[in-house]
Design a protein around this ligand. Structure first.
Ligand SMILES: [Zn+2]
Length: 234
């Protein structure tokens, strides 16, 4: 039952990538981890979103063995596994080649923090990773992609660095579960689009000031957050 629900949530997150216009063809994948069982569920490789059912979602142990499902898991599986192993607060991962975020990745430019939409999402510019070296590309490419991601996040946590642009590739977004990672991926694409338009209007546009930046991030995140409705624990 628990596995079935995990697969169902990951299936829905993958369909949501299409619903939100973040993927073309099959260029994207979402996963979620179950820490207690030390497994993650992920999209199957190369299966079109139209044909996919929750039975196609593959369950993989954190050491990389397929434990449930008849499909081959996404070719990016090893990247997702490195993120779950190295980031203790990661619960869901989404990878896309969404147009605007990928354009920044290809230009190898971080996404500057130009306004409050971005500040609600993250307290800093969205970073771009270093380029992978030739030996990292020729070797364990997908695993090394995971390593440059965690190297870029550098222990700051997934609420401070919810997304990283892999140089010349595209965004990886981390959330507390698959649905959270999906919402962050939608936000990232919108933030990237707004930044692109801002740079079009003024190529010398400056990042938002410190007071407004801190106000917006702390409104939604951290101990003094007051955005939304209070939960029972608070
Ligand atoms: Zn990719």
């Amino acid at each position: 039952m628990r596995r079935r629900e995990l697969r169902r949530r990951v299936f829905e997150a993958n369909l949501d990538l299409v619903r939100h216009g973040l993927v073309t063809l099959t260029w994207g994948n979402a996963s979620e981890v179950d820490r207690e069982e030390a497994v993650m569920a992920i999209k199957p490789s190369g299966v079109s979103y139209d044909e996919m059912t929750d039975d196609d979602i593959v369950v993989v142990s954190l050491d990389g063995t397929v434990v449930e499902g008849s499909r081959r898991p996404s070719s990016d599986t090893l990247t997702h596994l490195v993120l779950y192993r190295d980031l203790p607060d990661a619960g869901g991962v989404v990878h896309t080649h969404s147009t605007f975020a990928t354009a920044f990745a290809q230009a190898r430019r971080e996404i500057p923090l130009f306004g409050t939409t971005h500040a609600d999402f993250a307290p800093d510019a969205v970073p771009v990773s270093r380029a992978l070296r030739a030996d990292e590309i020729e070797g364990d490419y997908e695993e090394n992609t995971g390593h440059v991601l965690t190297e870029t996040i550098a222990g700051r946590g997934i609420d401070v660095v919810p997304a990283v642009l892999v140089a010349n590739h595209g965004p990886f977004v981390v959330g507390h579960d698959a649905a959270d990672a999906l919402e962050r991926a939608v936000t990232l694409e919108q933030v990237a689009k707004m930044a692109w338009l801002t740079l079009g209007l003024d190529p010398r546009a400056q990042p938002v000031g410190e007071t407004l930046r801190a106000k917006h991030f702390s409104r939604k995140h951290g101990p003094d957050a007051y955005y939304g409705q209070p939960t029972l624990e608070r």
